[in-house]
Design a protein around this ligand. Structure first.
Ligand code: PXP
Length: 262
């Protein structure tokens, strides 16, 4: 496949609503309700909803996923660890995509990407029933050529590239590190595209870091959560999503104006 000189496709925004559930769980009641947030996500023009059902159920719980699947008019990207329990839930609820992420109980959020190289055989076996059931398989990985290559070899449909290090460098004002991380993401996106993988990106994105990632031509979906839910306190969830969408579109247009057909 030749290098991409124009976007691989329109850029979608998936909104991760885990932290609406974090806030609800702080009091243990039913408010704020992630299903209500999902309706706002749709009204704001986002393209999909993402949730991570963690083993310890610290935010999203099983009944949230069930209610979302029953009512959601948008595709659901279901993040989960590669465990037997989660696979059974995914096979029962049949979300549009299953994004496999590493999970450690003691972590605050998903740290680092999935180890696909060393876990190649186990992951290959793990995802086979999901693939056969028609779920789109996404692997959340670092933009490391070995992990990307292994993701293609286990027949994943998608890789979601971990943008955490890039976002931390932007937030910390470390320009040289940000440039280095962006180059790594860009080369990773290019390799993944050449290997026939659909390329998504996410983790830690905010208004300041989203532009350069949105401008990567191979990236067709961004998944963004914590910042949007936090910013919702100040500008409302719908306003925060609309502003994020506008920044994504501006960056995409600025990067590809000459090459995108009218
Ligand atoms: N993508 C994946 C695979 C994730 O695990 C997360 C965090 O749950 C996100 C995207 C969203 O990251 P953030 O909440 O930092 O925007």
């Amino acid at each position: 496949m030749p290098p991409v000189s124009q976007p691989a496709g329109p850029l979608r925004l998936g909104v991760n609503i885990d932290h609406v559930a974090t806030l609800r769980n702080a009091r243990g009641g039913s408010h704020p309700d992630p299903v209500r947030a999902m309706r706002v996500v749709e009204a704001a023009g986002a393209d999909g909803v993402t949730v991570h059902l963690r083993e310890d159920r610290r935010h999203i719980i099983d009944s949230d996923v069930e209610r979302l699947m029953a009512e959601l008019p948008l595709p659901l990207n279901f993040e989960m660890a590669a465990t037997q329990e989660m696979r059974e839930i995914a096979l029962r609820l049949r979300p549009n995509a299953v994004c496999i992420v590493p999970e450690r109980r003691e972590e605050r959020t998903t740290e680092g990407g999935l180890e696909v190289v060393a876990e190649h055989n186990r992951l290959g076996d793990f995802i086979t029933p999901l693939r056969e059931d028609g779920r789109r398989i996404s692997l959340f990985i670092e933009a490391d050529p070995r992990q990307i290559d292994a993701s293609a070899r286990v027949n994943a449909d998608i890789v979601e590239l971990h943008t955490g290090r890039f976002c931390e460098a932007v937030a910390g004002g470390r320009e040289a590190d940000a440039d280095k991380e962006l180059k790594r993401l860009s080369e990773g996106a290019q390799l993944a595209h050449e290997l026939g993988l659909e390329v998504h990106a996410g983790h830690g994105l905010d208004f300041d870091s989203v532009g350069p990632v949105a401008a990567l031509p191979q990236v067709v979906e961004l998944n963004i959560g914590h910042f949007l839910v936090g910013e919702a306190l100040f500008m409302g969830l719908e306003g925060a999503i609309r502003e994020m969408r506008a920044r994504m579109d501006t960056a995409r247009r600025a990067a590809f104006n000459e090459n995108v057909p009218e």
